[in-house]
Design a protein around this ligand. Structure first.
Ligand code: 6PG
Length: 482
């Protein structure tokens, strides 16, 4: 029997898993046990990284025996059935009090289900969102763990040791119980989709409006990255736009097939928002924009549909680019505001005590949406923890006031030019909707009452009412049917 020398284990040694294992091993005080379904991968990692002094295991039994109690293992395998299979194997060899962490991109209802099932064995199960891609896993990701308070006692210091650090604070917090961590990671990804789509729309408008080359636009993004838009996604956009394809000598972006893929986390964010009744329109449009791009058969038959007659040319290049920058910033504020709204609604629905300020802080470093801007979100929630709409915080109201005219000009220009800007325009519509004194929802209520006697409320007195549309059209009091 091997000596129980490791304080943490990793199961699943594909890129994310092996990078996370190396990250753990590089931190003072950690000894890392490793296990992979095929031992070959374990051997490769051992031989490539002797400095990590990994403790290898060929079977789950050996893996369990090599871990100190309470045993703590992080699963880094594909979400879905592979995760269930590993959990089942670990449950067989672990004991009550031990901790199983799922570090994959699991769908949070699965995490809730798994936590409940594993808890019955006395073992702790923690769903932890981990963001930052391969590099983040190796050098310091942003980590969003759920699970019990008991497991956080053991897990907290280990996760803090490997997380990214932003302004002196580790980018990890105990998000809430059971599926809370994976829920927050899901919304992180939804915001990631929106952010990426907004950047893509900004690029497209500048390119088609000014005729600048990708390399020239890369410089614009690099410049934006020194101001209020400073973020990882803006930074990498400049890198991607600068890249030249070795084979053709063309900008790489021009030879990449324009069909965006998706592994599902954006769609989950939207589906969940729909059931919670939270309007995440920016995230939804970003998700749908990927779907639209990925239907070549539909795009092929639609290519001849008419667009505007006139060529799109911008008269004042500099001010157009500045308009696009401000439109991007304002739309980004909307996307984050909507994402935080979804977290607030999810927390209420699932009884999670989520600190929104703490979430914005752990997203400041390590993760894909890391940005300057998250400090401002943290400030907003610190000043008013129960803030109902993030964009009403003074900093964001000021930013939108400054950006508003540009934002409208850009959406108008896109519509007139026939350039799709679904995330820009839906964000602006959300903004105009949420600030409206009165919405045409009143008419929708009237229509619902007409065809389905769904009733309505009045602005001038309490109660629920129905107009007898097919009778004499007098109004009667009715039962509230929503
Ligand atoms: C992260 C990323 C990561 C990822 C997803 C998104 O936070 O590190 O969000 O989880 O890149 O796989 O991918 P899709 O764009 O493929 O849905």
């Amino acid at each position: 029997m091997p000596e129980a020398s490791a304080n943490i284990g990793v199961v699943g040694l594909a890129v994310m898993g092996s990078n996370l294992a190396r990250n753990l091993a590089s931190r003072e005080g950690n000894t890392v046990a490793i296990f992979n379904r095929s031992y070959e991968k374990t051997e490769t990692l051992l031989s490539e990284h002797p400095e990590a002094e990994f403790v290898p295991a060929a079977t789950y039994r050996e893996f369990a025996d090599s871990l100190q109690k309470p045993r703590t293992a992080i699963i880094m395998v594909k979400a879905g059935r592979p995760t269930d299979a590993v959990i089942d194997s670990l449950v067989e060899v672990f004991e009550p009090g031990d901790i199983i962490v799922d570090g994959g991109n699991a769908y949070f209802p699965d995490t809730i289900r798994r936590e409940k099932a594993v808890r019955e064995t006395g073992i702790n199960f923690v769903g932890a969102g981990i963001s930052g891609g391969e590099e983040g896993a190796l050098l310091g990701p942003s980590i969003m763990p759920g699970g019990s308070d008991e497991s956080w006692v053991t897990l907290g210091p280990i996760l803090k040791s490997i997380a990214a650090v932003a302004e002196g604070e580790p980018c990890v917090t105990h998000v809430g119980h059971d599926g809370a961590g994976h829920f927050v990671k899901m919304v992180h990804n939804g915001i990631e989709y929106a952010d990426m789509q907004l950047i893509a729309e900004a690029y497209d408008l500048i390119r088609r409006g000014t005729g600048k080359s990708p390399a020239e636009i890369a410089e614009i993004f690099a410049e934006w990255n020194t101001g209020e838009l400073e973020s990882y996604l803006i930074e990498i956009t400049a890198e991607v736009l600068r890249q030249v394809d070795a084979e053709t000598g063309q900008p790489l972006v021009d030879v990449i097939l324009d069909q965006a893929g998706a592994k599902g986390t954006g769609a989950w964010t939207v589906q969940t928002a729909l059931s919670l009744g939270v309007p995440v329109s920016g995230i939804a449009e970003a998700t749908f924009a990927r779907s639209l791009s990925s239907h070549p058969e539909q795009r092929a038959v639609s290519g001849d549909l008419p667009g505007p007659e006139d060529e799109f040319t911008v008269e004042d290049t500099e001010s157009f680019i500045e308009d696009v920058r401000l439109a991007l910033y304002a739309s980004k504020i909307v996307a984050y505001s909507q994402g935080f709204d979804e977290i607030r609604a999810g927390a209420a629905e699932y009884d999670w005590n989520i600190d929104l300020g703490a979430i914005s802080k752990i997203w400041r470093g390590g993760c894909i949406i890391r940005a300057q801007f998250l400090n401002r979100i943290a400030d907003a929630y610190q000043a008013e923890p129960g803030l109902p709409v993030l964009l009403t915080a003074p900093y964001f109201t000021e930013a939108i006031t400054r950006a508003q005219a540009s934002w409208r000009r850009v959406v108008i220009a896109a519509a007139e030019a026939g350039i799709p800007a679904p995330a820009f325009s839906s964000s602006l519509s959300y903004y105009d909707g949420i600030r409206a004194d009165r919405l045409p929802a009143a008419l929708v209520q009237g229509q619902r009452d007409f065809f389905g006697a769904h009733t309505y409320k009045r602005i001038d007195k309490p109660g629920t009412f129905h107009t007898q549309w097919s009778g004499d059209r007098t109004e009667i009091e009715a039962e509230d049917t929503h």
